[in-house]
Design a protein around this ligand. Structure first.
Ligand code: BGC
Length: 418
């Protein structure tokens, strides 16, 4: 029987992008690192990915896969891209401002770039898309990186000056601000495992970074509110779902407690009182069997080999209920080049989100990651997350069938399922 699951009135539907991944032509710590590491990354693909992935995505062996370069040329094509989002029934869109464009040299702000982002915001509003503006999505200006980037003592101070400038110039057109994107992903991948720039492996620095990021968020929160009392400010938090392999094992349960604290709760605790809304960015389900994480090969996976576990988002949302704040799912998506799994992925996650809304969780929006296929950081261009496929040679856009299914949900504010 057909079930119609209605979402609350005014629910925001959209997708998300980030500057470095889509704009093209950025010059920051990542673009520098890419130049130095592309060859190495292309060589490592042989040992890093499974045979089926290597066969399906041979571009992973080419160094140019790892150079963001022109990306989706979204810097020049944003209007046409937003036309697509509008056509797909979206009423909101999350994007990020590239700090290195706004402040290419310390203390020198580029007004042309401010104007660019003003046009981006106007273009969204003209199409009826509510802008969710992220102020930092992992990339640092080179001058800041040279001072130590996120780990330098003055990170929050530098970030505040940039935020102050942006908010003064663009603040009257923006209601929703996201200060930082997934601080804990940077801590884990750049400073714990040492895979991303600056490739450190230091638990000491990692620990310090939590407080650097919390300070930066709180300072930005205050600056934005000084300018506009009604603004809504939060940070984008990646939240993992955890499961003890053996529900009776104290050690497995202890592992997930520690995991949950480090990955999900610490940033929330440190920024308590300084969030007008909470966010969920959900990609990962972790099963722990002491002393490590389990990878069960019988599970449905994305092209990246990430397990698809929609129920996880329900448990995450349930845990956020106690904070009594509005919640936006600011990212959820999968790499699926052939688009075989994306429709079910979106529907299944929305089913669990709807269930948690029914049980009283105040979820107010859902942003699929991503509008476009884009540059997936150290993995480059081969993982295809887009609602819209991008041919990176011609910049041609092609709407994927799943995005039309998602459009039905957005337009009707309802999920219809058998
Ligand atoms: C990040 C995106 C990234 C996506 C898929 C999120 O954690 O915010 O930048 O592309 O995950 O890996």
């Amino acid at each position: 029987m057909l079930k119609k699951l209605q979402f609350p009135k005014g629910f925001l539907w959209g997708s998300a992008t980030s500057a470095h991944q889509v704009e093209g032509g950025t010059r920051n710590n990542w673009s520098q690192w890419e130049q130095m590491n592309a060859t190495r990354l292309s060589q490592e693909a042989k040992t890093k990915w499974k045979f089926w992935q290597q066969e399906k995505f041979p571009e992973m062996f080419e160094p140019k896969n790892y150079i963001s370069g022109l990306a989706c040329d979204h810097y020049n094509r944003f209007e046409a891209d937003f036309d697509i989002a509008k056509e797909l029934g979206h009423n909101a869109h999350r994007f990020s401002i590239e700090w290195s464009r706004i402040e290419p040299e310390e203390g020198k702000f580029d007004e042309k770039e401010i104007e660019h982002y003003r046009k981006v915001i106007v273009a969204l509003r003209e199409r009826g898309l509510e802008p969710f503006v992220t102020l930092w999505h992992w990339t640092n200006p080179i001058w800041l990186e040279e001072k130590g980037g996120c780990e330098c003592e003055e990170f929050a101070g530098h970030f505040s000056k940039y935020v102050g400038h942006v908010v003064k110039k663009l603040g009257k057109d923006v209601r929703f601000w996201i200060t930082l994107n997934e601080p804990t992903s940077v801590i884990a991948s750049a400073y714990m495992s040492g895979v991303w720039p600056p490739q450190k492996q230091s638990y000491f620095v990692s620990w310090k970074l939590y407080s650097n990021f919390a300070k930066a968020h709180i300072a930005a929160y205050e600056i934005i509110h000084e300018f506009d009392d009604d603004a809504q400010v939060g940070f984008a938090n990646i939240l993992h779902s955890f499961e003890a392999y053996d529900k009776k094992s104290l050690l497995d349960k202890l592992m997930i407690k520690i995991g949950r604290y480090i990955a999900n709760n610490r940033m929330l605790n440190l920024t308590k009182g300084y969030n007008d809304f909470l966010t969920v960015q959900y990609y990962f389900h972790n099963r722990f069997k002491f002393p490590r994480k389990l990878h069960l090969s019988d599970k449905v996976e994305s092209d990246l080999g990430w397990e698809i576990f929609p129920e996880g988002i329900y448990h995450i949302l349930k845990r956020l209920k106690k904070y009594n704040l509005p919640i936006y799912v600011t990212e959820n998506g999968l790499a699926d080049a052939s688009d075989e799994k994306r429709t079910a992925f979106i529907q299944d996650h929305l089913l669990w989100i709807h269930r948690s809304i029914n049980e009283g969780t105040d979820v107010r929006g859902y942003f699929y990651w991503s509008l476009l296929d884009n540059f997936e950081w150290d993995k480059g261009f081969w993982p295809r997350f887009g609602l819209v496929a991008v041919d990176f040679k011609t910049q041609e856009r092609k709407i994927r069938p799943s995005s039309l299914e998602y459009a039905k949900i957005c337009k009707g504010n309802v999920l219809e399922i058998d």
